[in-house]
Design a protein. Structure first.
Length: 202
């Protein structure tokens, strides 16, 4: 067999291998706020209400990328192979918090961290968990743990702090149902944050 014939056989083998090992596309998921839980604030005069800015969320590297994280033991973290968040959880959660806080009418404005506008309060947060916990017997839940710090921007002091942990059961131990559970848990956290801030004299 000539050299050109050998090369042709090798090329055919490579192409055949690629066709049998084609990687499936990833499923992309996001965090979508449950607007039905939010009360309308269109009739509320917000002129003299405080302005709050949301600082970037601090988190470990697992939650600063688009991996959908799951764990089967306390000290183990893995990610689903063909499922991804549309953006990192530390980027998706502030959008949910902003939407929820704006809907309360408690603030004259709720602004994100890229804004150069001045604010009366800064909300800092540390995300400690945002994963699908899978147990024996197919039981599982989406779990979120986050600690909030409310900073008075005039005095540069911590006005208050709280820790919120929420978990919602998943229908099945897979990425799709884990994401649905994490969405429910995220909504609970967002509304707990709104209630916490609403109870303060700001």
């Amino acid at each position: 067999m000539t050299n050109s014939g050998i090369l042709l056989v090798i090329l055919c083998c490579i192409l055949a291998s690629c066709s049998f090992n084609k990687i499936p596309p990833s499923d992309i998921y996001t965090i979508s706020p449950d607007l039905g839980k939010s009360s309308s604030s269109t009739s509320v005069d917000k002129k003299n209400r405080p302005i709050i800015k949301l600082a970037p969320i601090r988190a470990s590297r697992a939650f600063t990328c688009t991996d959908i994280v799951y764990s089967t033991t306390r000290y183990q973290q893995n990610s689903y192979a063909y499922s991804r968040w549309s953006d990192a959880p530390v980027k998706l959660l502030p959008l949910l918090f902003q939407t929820t806080l704006e809907a309360t009418g408690r603030f004259s404005a709720v602004i994100g961290s890229p804004s150069v506008a001045k604010a009366d309060f800064l909300l800092e947060s540390t995300l400690t968990d945002f994963s699908h916990h899978v147990h024996d017997g197919n039981a599982s839940e989406g779990v979120i743990g986050i600690r909030f710090y409310l900073i008075n921007t005039a005095t540069k002091t911590v006005t208050a702090a709280t820790e919120v942990r929420s978990q919602a059961p998943a229908s099945a131990p897979n990425a799709k149902d884990g994401v649905a559970a994490l969405n429910k848990a995220a909504d609970t956290v967002a509304h707990a944050l709104a209630v916490w801030l609403g109870g303060m004299q700001l």
